[in-house]
Ligand binder design. Structure first.
Ligand code: AMP
Ligand code: GLY
Length: 420
């Protein structure tokens, strides 16, 4: 099969690696890809949000299907455009991707379908926001409605803090259009987990769970990031909780989207909080997580191309997905300064000696090549180092062994990923 993967981060590096191992893959193309992916797949420099460019490439290479990695092309309707050309795609349609594209859509949707979630209030003016903030005594979460690269969520302790966050979004335009309408949510407590399901619009199957480490520094301190590391399976979940999340969150979401005329096809990522009243939805995403994919896919014991095929054929009914009985962790090496300002184009140490052996993978999250062909940093998150092992302790030792050996002085990483 000819396969096009859209994206160029650590998630797509892990997706492409997994697809490349399938006996069903004949040609693997990634756009834009990155220097890590380039070592085993063809890369074309087409931006992830260049919808016409990605469509043209898919047509030129006669793609049997397109695996869309990031949320932006999904929310902007890449799947719909590909379908118009008769090209199959793995990922939800523009309408279905609203589950991630609009937090307000997602909250109202959960309300309509009795899916457990925190209490929320939709606001477009500061007076309404203030009333709700006072009602919650400032213990709340202020969220921009639209996509804000994981930064449009402010977890607050006090009334003042929440009013400032609301003003920044509604009046100071801090997140542009994404923050013109906001949500004030009840702040719920518990352990968080990321749950991934694959759906063909009718049926869904769990494809893995993970715990993300979102804060920048050890002990969950510092600002929120896209994720500084992850561990799979999620330590907070067991068979019973997985079942409860599947029955009370995943299944009603798939049924609800179908009922509303926007069947959900592709990966559904539920970010959940395990509260004392059971699991509740923190957010939905319409794609695999980054860096969660770097730990979910290495545990997969079912062919990923077959999973995509079954999904596209709407044939997931009765399909099972197996996992290897091992743990995986990934540690992200980020540019100093991230998630604030950071430098790009900083030379990385040679990665030649750390290549994907002994159940270690070095995934490129934000890298590119300079004019001399050297690999340099090109993002906040630069590398993610995954290891698979018989227990979390073993995984930590192996992954951190490589992180320390890479020894990139201009980067930083959390030392407590997977520390239980
Ligand atoms: P999100 O981008 O929606 O995943 O939010 C980022 C982080 O904010 C989540 O991982 C949670 O830690 C936290 N968060 C979001 N919504 C809530 C909520 N209603 N209550 C408590 N924490 C939340
Ligand atoms: N790691 C969080 C995300 O992919 O949204």
């Amino acid at each position: 099969m000819n396969i096009l993967v859209v994206g160029g981060g650590g998630r797509e590096h892990a997706i492409a690696t997994t697809l490349s191992k399938s006996p069903l893959t004949t040609r693997l193309i990634v756009a834009p890809g990155n220097p890590g992916i380039e070592e085993f797949a063809e890369c074309y420099p087409i931006a992830t949000d260049d919808i016409p460019g990605q469509c043209k490439l898919a047509r030129d290479i006669k793609a049997d299907f397109v695996f869309i990695g990031p949320e932006i092309p999904l929310v902007r309707g890449l799947k719909d455009e590909l379908l118009k050309l008769g090209i199959s795609a793995f990922g939800p349609s523009k309408k279905a991707a609203q589950l991630e594209g609009s937090k307000i859509f997602s909250r109202n949707f959960c309300k309509r379908h009795n899916i457990p979630q925190p209490v929320f209030k939709y606001c477009t003016d500061i007076e309404t926001a203030k009333k709700q903030i006072e009602l919650l005594d400032g213990y709340c979460v202020v969220k921009a409605d639209g996509l804000a690269a994981g930064k449009g969520v402010i977890v607050c302790n006090t009334i003042d803090q929440a009013i400032i966050a609301s003003r920044d979004m509604l009046e100071k335009n801090k997140f542009g259009d994404a923050g013109k309408s906001i949500l004030i949510e009840e702040r719920i407590n518990g352990i968080e987990a990321s749950v991934f399901a694959v759906s063909d619009g009718n049926d869904a199957v769990l494809i893995g769970t993970a715990q993300d480490h979102k804060r920048a520094y050890d002990n969950d301190e510092g600002p929120n990031t896209g994720g500084m590391g992850a561990i799979s399976p999620a330590p907070a979940l067991d068979q019973n909780l997985n079942k409860e999340i599947f029955n009370n969150i995943i299944k009603p979401t798939i049924n609800g989207m179908k009922l509303e005329g926007h069947p959900y096809e592709g990966i559904l990522y539920a970010g959940v909080m395990i509260t004392d009243k059971g699991p509740k939805v923190i957010e939905f995403n319409c794609r695999f997580g980054d860096p969660e994919t770097q730990v979910v896919l290495p545990r997969l014991n079912t062919d990923l191309v077959s999973i995509v095929q079954k999904t596209i054929e709407k044939n997931l009914n009765g399909f099972t997905i197996d996992f290897i009985p091992q743990n995986a962790i990934t540690v992200v090496i980020a540019s100093k300064g991230y998630p604030g300002e950071f430098k790009r184009g900083v030379l990385l140490p040679s990665l030649k000696n750390f290549k994907n052996k002994n159940k270690i993978s070095v995934f490129h999250s934000g890298t590119s090549k300079d004019k001399n062909g050297n690999i340099v940093s090109d993002g906040g998150r630069v590398l993610s180092i995954t290891s698979v092992g018989t227990n979390v302790h073993d995984c930590r030792q192996k992954a951190y062994g490589i992180v320390e050996a890479i020894n990139w002085k201009q980067g930083f990483y959390r030392k407590d990923i997977g520390k239980l």
